[in-house]
Design a binder for this molecule. Structure first.
Ligand code: PLP
Ligand code: LYS
Length: 419
């Protein structure tokens, strides 16, 4: 055992005390996604109880992580769900969600896709006049929700800001009259208005501003059953420098403006949120293996099997994830540290997990790399690029037992589409 291996943990995870990462890799292969049920349930409760308001509902946005077993836990915690595609609706139904618990927040969907939702009894949100027309034609007299662009966006990267003046999402509020005309033409009932300003805010101000703007829009519709304020609640990926989002502050502000709005509106309507990342990010860790260490023109590279086929976020958005290393199951915590770039095994120079990161100098081949906060937009954005196999996923259950919740791909899976 190396002297620099210690039992303590740097961050708030208790995975490492509860499981032997070496054993898990040995049993389920590398790379490997592991999820902690306790952390998942805690995050669900935080979101479900965000507001005291009695008609408050949290919809989990399953694009963040659609593993069937995690969905069952989230359902068990009393959350509903939102879907972006018929595939997500299908998986939610398979996981036991009732159609009335699913909200299809589509974007540029085909008529067939709308039909799929309608036939399954799932409420649809449309986010353009042309999609509202298309919906009206196939579902005269039906119920619909309208996704507006409240004019305020937020997000950790411009690619994930979904409101404001530079995005394809939402109906511009200057088209309210046109919206009403189309709704009237097809006798549609506008049951809800919704928004989603973007993904990952750690300061609640833009969210509150977005909600104020949505409430002003909502006042134009008389028969609303709900207002959906969207997701985007962030988690601090940089543990040393980022503060946690102050949920109680956000909650207090929301209660205040919503209750005032209801007084003017004249009655109470359901209030929804649709968080994805907040629910699942922190319960997930991605494990991988160090396969090579080398110096190339003076730069040190740590080569792992965590390519961007397994975790896309660093390559797509320059996202930062804390990274830890293990040897023989123990955390590597040496004082001697140096700068390295941690890379994957994909045939692209951009396949970088962490650039110029200060990590232990005495790293060796076969050490295990652990990428923290990998539960959201991790597995769900995996691919078979380079015909690599998508990893297995395991759950560390409340009782400490480890359960395989999705097997690793096989070569047979690579051939499935040809049969
Ligand atoms: C419509 C909609 N709702 C909810 C979400 C979930 O976002 P987040 O994971 O940031 O909470 C997204 C993704 O950004 C989305 O597009
Ligand atoms: N995939 C993004 C978030 C986008 C959310 C979907 N609208 C991420 O990993 O941060």
């Amino acid at each position: 055992m190396n002297d620099n291996c210690v039992e303590n943990k740097i961050f708030d995870y208790d995975f490492y005390n509860r499981v032997d990462v070496q054993k898990l890799i040995h049993q389920y292969g590398s790379p490997l996604y592991i999820y902690d049920e306790n952390i998942l349930r805690k995050s669900c409760r935080e979101m479900k109880n965000l507001m005291q308001y009695p008609w408050f509902v949290a919809n989990y946005s399953i694009k963040a992580n659609s593993n069937m077993e995690l969905l069952k836990i989230i359902r068990d915690e009393g959350l509903n769900a939102d879907a972006i595609s018929p595939g997500e609706i299908h998986v939610l139904l398979e996981a036991g969600f009732e159609p009335s618990q699913i909200f299809y927040v589509g974007n540029n969907v085909s008529v067939e896709e709308m039909k799929y939702a309608i036939d399954n009894g799932v409420l649809v949100s449309v986010d353009s006049l042309s999609q509202l027309e298309a919906f009206g034609k196939i579902n005269k007299g039906g119920k619909v929700s309208l996704r507006f662009n409240p004019g305020v966006g937020a997000g950790h990267h411009e690619k994930v800001v979904t409101a404001g003046n530079n995005t394809k999402f939402g109906i511009d509020s200057s088209f309210i009259e046109e919206v009403k005309q189309i709704a009237e033409k097809y006798s549609l009932k506008v049951a809800g208005v919704n928004q989603h300003i973007g993904s990952l805010f750690l300061d609640g101000k833009p969210y509150i501003e977005g909600v104020k703007s949505l409430l002003a829009i909502a006042g134009n519709f008389q028969d609303l059953e709900f207002i959906d304020m969207g997701g985007g609640f962030g988690i601090p990926y940089k543990k040393q420098s980022q503060e946690r989002l102050d949920l109680s502050l956000v909650s207090r502000e929301l209660e205040k403006i919503i209750i005032e709005w209801m007084k003017v509106y004249g009655r109470e309507v359901q209030i929804k949120i649709e968080p994805g990342r907040y629910i699942v990010a922190e319960c997930g860790v991605l494990l991988g293996t160090v396969h090579s260490i080398k110096t190339n023109y003076g730069k040190r590279y740590v080569g792992t099997d965590v390519g961007f086929n397994v975790l896309m976020r660093p390559v797509m958005y320059d996202s930062y994830h804390e990274i830890e290393f293990f040897r023989k199951g123990k955390l590597l915590n040496s004082d001697k540290r140096g700068i390295s770039t941690i890379v994957g095994n994909i045939c692209e120079t951009g396949d970088i997990l962490a650039k110029d990161r200060e990590i232990p100098d005495d790293l060796m081949e076969d050490d295990i790399v652990a990428v923290l906060d990998a539960g959201a937009y991790g597995y769900s954005m995996c691919s078979n690029y380079n015909l690599r196999l998508r990893p297995a996923e395991v759950l560390i259950c409340e009782d400490g037992l480890v359960r395989l919740i999705r097997r690793r791909d096989t070569f047979d899976d690579l051939m499935a589409g040809y049969r």
